[in-house]
Design a protein around this ligand. Structure first.
Ligand code: SF4
Length: 232
C-alpha cells in the first residue's frame, strides 16, 4: 500500500480473500487502508460466516468511513439461506449501532461464471480467441489487484502463478504466466497507460461466452461454510 498510495487513488478499495474474515487481524486492515487512501471507499466483501470473530470490525469501518460491508450470498438453497440467518441477525445489530456504515447483501448465486476449464493440474485456459469479447463480458475487468506489491489487471492473472506453483500447469498457460504486472517504480505515463488498457492478448485465456455454472453447496462435510475458489 505504501508503494502505491501516492501514485494511484482507487474509488473503492476492496479487502478481499478468498474470504477476508479468515484473517484474524481483519479490522486492523481498515485503518491501514485509510492511512494510505484518505478518500477511497473501503469495502469488505465476505460470505459473512466468520464475521462474529471480529466484534471490533463495525466500529473500525465507521471510524474510517466511507465504508461498506457486502455479504455475498453464494447459494440460493433453503439450507444455505437458513445458515445465513445468524449472519443477518449480527449485521442487523451492527447496522443499528453503526448507522454510518453501509451493510448490504449481494446475490452472487446465479452469477458464477467459469474462469477456466477443468481443475487442479488439468485446468486449461479457454481457446475462444476473442479477447475483446472476453473482456467485454468480464466481471473482473474493473478489479485491478494489489498483490505481492504489484498491480495486476485482474484476479485470474494475479493468482495464476500461485496456481502454477501449486499444481504445475501445462504449457498452454505459459503465455498467460508471462504477463507482467505494474511495478511500483512505474512512471505516471506507464500507470495511466495500464489503467487505460481494455482487452489485452492475455484476455484470450477467458471465455468469450458467459458460461454460467451452479456452485455446489459450499459446505464441508462438517457443516462448516467455506468459499469456493472455482469462479468469479
Ligand atoms: S484476463 Fe481479461 S477477460 Fe480474463 S479475467 Fe482478466 S481482465 Fe477479465
Amino acid at each position: 500500500m505504501r508503494s502505491w498510495s501516492r501514485k494511484v487513488t482507487p474509488q473503492t478499495f476492496n479487502l478481499l480473500g478468498g474470504e477476508p474474515a479468515i484473517h484474524p487481524d481483519l479490522p486492523a486492515f481498515v485503518g491501514l487502508v485509510r492511512k494510505h487512501w484518505p478518500r477511497s471507499i473501503i469495502r469488505i466483501a465476505t460470505n459473512g460466516f466468520l464475521l462474529h470473530r471480529h466484534p471490533t470490525l463495525p466500529a473500525e469501518l465507521e471510524k474510517h468511513g466511507p465504508s461498506e460491508l457486502v455479504v455475498s450470498v453464494h447459494h440460493g438453497s433453503p439450507e444455505y439461506l437458513s445458515r445465513l440467518e445468524p449472519v443477518r441477525a449480527l449485521l442487523a445489530g451492527w447496522q443499528q449501532a453503526h448507522p454510518r456504515v453501509s451493510f448490504s447483501y449481494t446475490p452472487s448465486a446465479g452469477r458464477w461464471t467459469r474462469r477456466y476449464l477443468g481443475e487442479g493440474a488439468d485446468m486449461k485456459p479457454f481457446t475462444d480467441k476473442n479477447p475483446r469479447t472476453s473482456w467485454d463480458i468480464c466481471p473482473a475487468r474493473t478489479c485491478a489487484q494489489l498483490h505481492d506489491g504489484k498491480i495486476w489487471k485482474c484476479a485470474p492473472l494475479a493468482y495464476l502463478p500461485m496456481q502454477a506453483e501449486k499444481f504445475g500447469l501445462g504449457p498452454e498457460w505459459d503465455p498467460y504466466l508471462a504477463y507482467k504486472p505494474l511495478e511500483p517504480g512505474s512512471s505516471s505515463k506507464e500507470i495511466a497507460e495500464f489503467f487505460g488498457r481494455k482487452e489485452e492478448n492475455v484476455c484470450s485465456m477467458c471465455s468469450a461466452k458467459k458460461r454460467l455454472f451452479d456452485l455446489p453447496l459450499p459446505y464441508r462435510s462438517t457443516g462448516a461454510p467455506e468459499m469456493s475458489a472455482a469462479g468469479t
